[in-house]
Design a protein around this ligand. Structure first.
Ligand code: SF4
Length: 202
């Protein structure tokens, strides 16, 4: 099965998921979108109002900012893959609950297993804490390259945070400009074959 077919199969599973209570309030689940062959995966927090309505990640104001920042470094969504920690919108856009993250986590891990990214750009603290496995402060670690056995993590502030707290916009933009250099290096290194068993699944 191709990566595209594997992702489609998982998407169908997510769309009918009722593992946590968020399925009761969602309009629809938001699986993720992008290039399945990409070596770069962006992981946000959870769908918001517009994402829940449209079934696509990062389509509101935060998504527009993400597109702008990607465009500034010569990238577009077609070249990356974007997913979230939670696939369903928490009511009133509240923070994800620890148990919701734990229950939904296998879907993100399976997406990672299929896509096999070399670089994972976490957007916000929830994605960082989940994928790094430790609650390190994003205020200290944003823009730092965190190498791992399976993929490298590059923590970024969430674009929505930069919209609500203008002081975060400049560091977010600077981190994106540095990302351009990291991506250039990535292009010059061949992808490393990953062992799927290294990732914990359902
Ligand atoms: S948030 Fe995740 S675990 Fe909860 S219902 Fe949606 S897809 Fe299932």
């Amino acid at each position: 099965m191709s990566k595209k077919e594997e992702l489609q199969k998982l998407k169908e599973e997510v769309e009918s998921c009722s593992r946590c209570a968020l399925h009761l309030s969602r309009t629809q689940a938001v699986f993720g979108m992008g290039n399945p062959e990409s070596r770069i995966l962006f992981v946000g927090e959870a769908p918001g109002y517009y994402e829940d309505l449209q079934g696509l990640p990062f389509v509101g104001q935060a998504g527009k900012l993400l597109d702008k920042l990607l465009g500034e470094i010569g990238f577009s969504r077609k070249e990356i893959y974007i997913a979230n920690v939670l696939k369903c919108r928490p009511p009133k856009n509240r923070d994800p609950l620890p148990q919701e993250i734990e229950i939904c986590k296998p879907y993100l891990l399976k997406q990672i297993e299929i896509i096999q990214p070399s670089l994972v750009c976490t957007l916000g603290r929830f994605a960082l804490h989940l994928l790094y496995g430790k609650k390190i402060p994003i205020s200290k670690f944003h823009g730092k390259v965190l190498p791992g056995d399976i993929f490298t993590i590059y923590p970024l502030f969430h674009p929505a945070a930069a919209l609500h707290q203008p002081a975060l916009y400049t560091p977010l933009r600077e981190d994106f400009l540095n990302l351009a250099k990291i991506l250039k290096e990535l292009k010059s290194t061949p992808p490393v074959e990953k062992k799927p068993t290294q990732i914990t699944l359902f």
